[in-house]
Design a protein around this ligand. Structure first.
Ligand SMILES: *Cc1c(COP(=O)(O)O)cnc(C)c1O
Length: 395
């Protein structure tokens, strides 16, 4: 499928076919190219490849045909010119930041982002003279005020993890561009199947492919999507030198994941909405966080910005940490694991797992209360998931 063709097709056609080039064997499914290096016809060809005068594979830290199919497919789905696949979601964020920034540069980031991203920004990057100011995701003035002449990047997740807050991507993109900075959106929770940040003005989309793109909890991987101009020099150079490369086997698993992404996302969304509605009516539940509920503060924005509300539901049980732990320990079916976006439903206590590295003050600022529980709603029968929750909540 050529670039031109890929603009004509819908999301599901791209998800199953974009990027594939068949070998002489005529295989129907994509091949796994398990080769660390590539052979040249002669010394002159090797020299031309290394000099960048001829296009082609050299070494799989730089390019690999299976990884390339994944990159082209995800780029087409996200409406980006280029995608760079990475070893993990954190590898995608690290490669972007170290590729684009230097000592003295500044980041403005939403406070409500993945716990390890907060650690990267607050504990690791300052060692290299790159500092971050954290702001309230939905406070547009806070974003404006935090920008300095040194600010190079704005960074956010929407919906946020684990509280599912939603920000108007277009508004933040306008703020970014007014100040000549770039907007990065971590699109892990929605995937291109529910939200297309690049079409709303974002400059770069980040993925943890580990989550819904794989969708079955098998591999760690990530991706960076955006324009050729932004990705091709500094970010790609960092990747091939820094070694944050995706393995071809993982790329193949993610490719297969993309093929069923939309139908899986639709099912995750349906199950999550039913569970959120049900939880919202339970006396032992204090608060439910889910954009599909009419009571969610950005419900209307979610309806226009996203084509579905996602599969993550968070809620606070009445009581404290021990009540939350008791529920987690006694609920049937849900797996106690920090992963999300799996066919299997998972249950997590954010304050002591995904967000444990935050100080108590950072946790309170981020709204991660000790009685908060996060569900990643999977593809089991929703009636079974609801009865499992019902059994423990009634006690
Ligand atoms: C998991 C996750 C990451 C990090 O991805 P890894 O693949 O675990 O490195 C980044 N952002 C969000 C929103 C995530 O959920």
């Amino acid at each position: 499928m050529s670039d031109k063709q890929s603009q004509l097709f819908g999301m599901n056609t791209l998800a199953t076919r974009a990027g594939q080039e068949r070998s002489a064997e005529g295989e129907h499914s994509e091949l796994i190219f398990a080769s660390s290096s590539y052979v040249f016809k002669n010394a002159a060809e090797a020299a031309a490849r290394f000099a960048g005068d001829s296009v082609g594979n050299i070494y799989s830290r730089f390019t690999n045909p299976t990884v390339r199919v994944f990159e082209q497919r995800l780029a087409a789905m996200e409406k980006g010119e280029r995608c760079i696949a990475t070893s993990s979601g954190m590898g995608a964020i690290l490669s972007t930041v170290l590729g684009l920034l230097k000592t003295g540069d500044h980041i403005v980031s939403s406070r409500s982002i993945f716990g390890t991203s907060v650690s990267l920004f607050s504990n690791i990057l300052p060692k290299y003279g790159i500092n971050t100011t954290f702001v309230d995701l939905t406070d547009y003035e806070d974003w404006q005020n935090a920008i300095t002449p040194e600010t190079k990047l704005l960074f956010l997740e929407t919906p946020s993890n684990p509280l599912t807050e939603i920000v108007d991507i277009k508004k933040i993109a306008d703020i970014a561009h007014e100040h000549k900075t770039l907007l990065i959106v971590d699109n892990c929770f929605c995937t291109p199947s529910l939200q297309l940040p690049l079409t709303l003005g974002a400059d770069i989309v980040i993925h943890s492919a580990t989550k819904y793109l794989d969708g079955q909890g098998r591999c760690i991987g990530g991706a960076i999507v955006g324009s050729d101009a932004i990705l091709s020099d500094d970010i790609y150079t960092f990747l091939r030198t820094g070694g944050t490369t995706m393995s071809p086997f993982n790329a193949w698993v993610f490719l297969k994941g993309l093929e069923t992404l939309s139908i899986r996302m639709r099912a995750h969304c349906e199950n999550a909405l039913q569970i959120a509605d049900w939880l919202d009516n339970q006396k032992s539940v204090e608060k439910v966080y889910f954009p599909g509920l009419k009571s969610h503060p950005q419900h209307e924005l979610a309806k226009t910005q996203q084509s579905g509300f996602g599969g993550v539901v968070s809620f606070e049980v009445k009581g404290n940490k021990s009540n939350a732990w008791q529920l987690i320990d006694s609920v049937n079916i849900f797996s106690i694991t920090a992963n999300l976006g799996d066919t299997k439903s998972t249950i997590t206590h954010p304050a002591t797992t995904t967000h444990h590295r935050l100080t108590e003050k950072q946790q309170i600022e981020a709204g991660i209360h000790p009685n908060l529980i996060r569900l990643s709603v999977g593809l089991e029968d929703v009636s079974d998931l609801i009865s499992a929750l019902d059994q423990v909540l009634r006690k």
